[in-house]
Design a binder for this molecule. Structure first.
Ligand code: ADP
Ligand code: MG
Length: 256
């Protein structure tokens, strides 16, 4: 049975997609069978995995509304080294289309149950909102990975996300827990980064991942080549950090 993790933070631009594609690629390099689910209508994880979102006939949208299933919609992202359930802007319609469905929060969970045995890890790249799509991502998951920048406003919003996770845990998915906070885009030269990082460790203890992802331009350049940074430039500091994070996730998954 696959371990299902959602990469969530309702803020945009905090590194969810970068974490999703690079963790997926890192886990694949470690020999894990990985499915990445793009659950953001922006389709950045799809493009960043080397799949052109504009040419897709079926995406996760059709899966959510019951017009297709996960198996036939999943594509092999050859260059990236993992399977992908892709998305494009059509997915934005799901928020409204799903209103008429019963159990609309568990559409993704139900769809993934059919392919669960084919993977070791399923990662879900959530959109930047506490929306019905994010709710689907949380209902489907065993755990949440929260990427955070170590800056002044980083903690703002975290409490909303944690409250949402608690509600989902209480009402919809008793398996759900926060696996950890991942420090991303870390700049060790900034005193503030150091301070916020230390604060996170103090408040959240072992809920903060050991691995720290540095700010590294190669990670930002990789998507324009349709590749995860881990594949685009494996020798870069960013790629090495995400590989290390992959190993840390394998370890955590064992003790779950
Ligand atoms: P989100 O999915 O949360 O909106 P992204 O992963 O798209 O965030 O990241 C936002 C921007 O920051 C992107 O341009 C991305 O390339 C860049 N970025 C993310 N992580 C890093 C990093 N560790 N170093 C440098 N740039 C990064
Ligand atoms: Mg994103």
């Amino acid at each position: 049975m696959a371990r299902i993790f959602t990469i969530a933070n309702q803020k945009g631009g905090v590194g969810k997609t970068t974490t999703s594609v690079n963790l997926a690629a890192g886990l694949a390099k470690l020999g894990q069978r990985v499915l990445l689910v793009d659950l953001d209508p922006q389709g950045n994880a799809t493009m960043g995995s080397g799949i052109d979102k504009r040419t897709l006939k079926t995406t996760v949208y059709q899966v959510l509304i019951g017009m297709s299933d996960a198996e036939e919609t999943t594509v092999w992202a050859e260059a990236a080294g993992y399977h992908l359930l892709p998305a494009n802007r059509e997915l934005a319609g799901a928020e409204i289309d799903l209103i008429d469905f019963e159990q609309r929060e568990t559409r993704l969970k139900d769809a993934l149950a059919a392919v669960d045995d084919q993977y070791d890890f399923v990662l879900v790249d959530a959109p930047p909102a506490l929306s019905l799509l994010t709710l689907n991502a949380l209902c489907a998951a065993h755990g949440v990975v929260i990427p955070m920048q170590c800056e002044y406003f980083a903690l703002e919003g975290l409490s909303d996300l944690v409250a949402t996770i608690k509600k989902v845990h209480a009402n919809l998915n008793s398996n759900l827990k926060v696996i950890g906070l991942l420090r991303v885009m870390f700049d060790p030269r900034m005193t503030l980064s150091q301070q916020v990082s230390a604060q996170l460790e103090q408040h959240f203890g072992d809920k903060v991942f050991r691995t720290v992802i540095p700010r590294n331009v190669r990670l930002a350049e990789a998507p324009s080549h349709g590749l995860p940074g881990v594949v685009f430039d494996p020798a870069s500091r960013g790629a090495k950090a995400y590989l290390e994070f992959g190993a840390e996730m394998v370890e955590r998954a064992k003790s779950m």
